[in-house]
Ligand binder design. Structure first.
Ligand code: PGA
Length: 263
């Protein structure tokens, strides 16, 4: 049974005390689930204080971004090297970073390599815009985003990374459209097929692939049921403790049903 991975992307929301309050509520609402891994991605500011507050049996931390050089004259930046003892994961190449901060394919490739070099697991976000989708470019976009980002990694390193398929048009802060699970399944299969071609079938099976884009407690199950979907990356709904606890609960119920059916 593979663990379900649920990632809460708080984006640029919640100051340190608000984040701490949300964690407090989540710790009350969410029970310990062996087969579910929950990762919180608060603002950079909140990582340190939350690292001492979280119940580590229930939660892990992720950075939402970091800079690709380990040290140097890069005023205002925080490196993956500085985060290495603080976080398990880092979100890399989120569409908001690609669009608002002009992060291009080589930069995202370097960030992925920097995370891996510092023993932080990348959660690489990929996905097409509405325009690319209507132009029939989804496959090409996914191909370029996946293959470039992994370019400097060894096969063994690729096996451990997480890829989040997040169609830009489905993210709540862009158009917030509803991606049909059937379409998500096609995109996820395509992502794995690209990995299989470059790194082999075993690696393609082991890589974890998540879905992200307007996921909430009412829709999460439809995505988690997709064959090969290992979890979800949740934005807006992760700021509401009841909705996020509902997402964890839906994941737990699905896991439980699957295990019971296996017996
Ligand atoms: P959303 O955000 O769940 O609010 O659509 C997801 C994301 O941007 O990672």
């Amino acid at each position: 049974m593979r663990k379900i991975l649920l990632v809460a992307n708080w984006k640029m929301d919640l100051n340190v005390s608000q984040g701490s309050f949300l964690v407090h509520r989540l710790q009350e609402l969410i029970r310990l689930h062996r087969d579910i891994e929950i990762v919180l991605a608060p603002s950079m500011m909140a990582l340190q204080p939350l690292s001492v507050q979280i119940d580590r049996r229930k939660f892990r931390l992720a950075a939402q971004n970091a800079y690709q050089k380990d040290v140097g004259p890069y005023t205002g930046e925080v490196s993956f090297a500085m985060l290495r003892d603080l976080v398990h994961y880092a979100i890399i190449g989120h569409s908001e970073r690609r669009i608002y901060f002009h992060e291009d394919l080589p930069m995202i490739r370097d960030k992925v390599a920097a995370a891996v070099r510092n023993e932080i697991t990348p959660i690489l976000c990929v996905g097409e815009t509405q325009h690319e989708r209507t132009e029939g470019l989804t496959r090409r976009v996914l191909h370029d985003q996946v293959t470039t980002a992994l370019h400097n990694l060894t096969t063994r390193e690729v096996r451990d990374i997480v890829i989040a398929y997040e169609p830009v048009w489905a993210i709540s802060t862009f158009q917030g459209g509803h991606a049909r699970p059937d379409d998500v399944a096609v995109a996820m299969r395509y992502i794995r097929s690209q990995i299989a071609q470059l790194y082999g079938e075993h690696v393609a099976t082991d890589v974890r692939v998540l879905y992200g884009g307007s996921v909430d407690d009412t829709t999460v199950r439809s995505y988690l049921e997709i064959d090969g979907c290992d979890g979800a990356l949740v934005g807006a709904a992760s700021l509401n403790p009841y909705k996020f606890a509902g997402i964890v609960d839906a994941a737990y119920r699905l896991q439980h049903e699957l295990t019971t059916n296996e017996d």
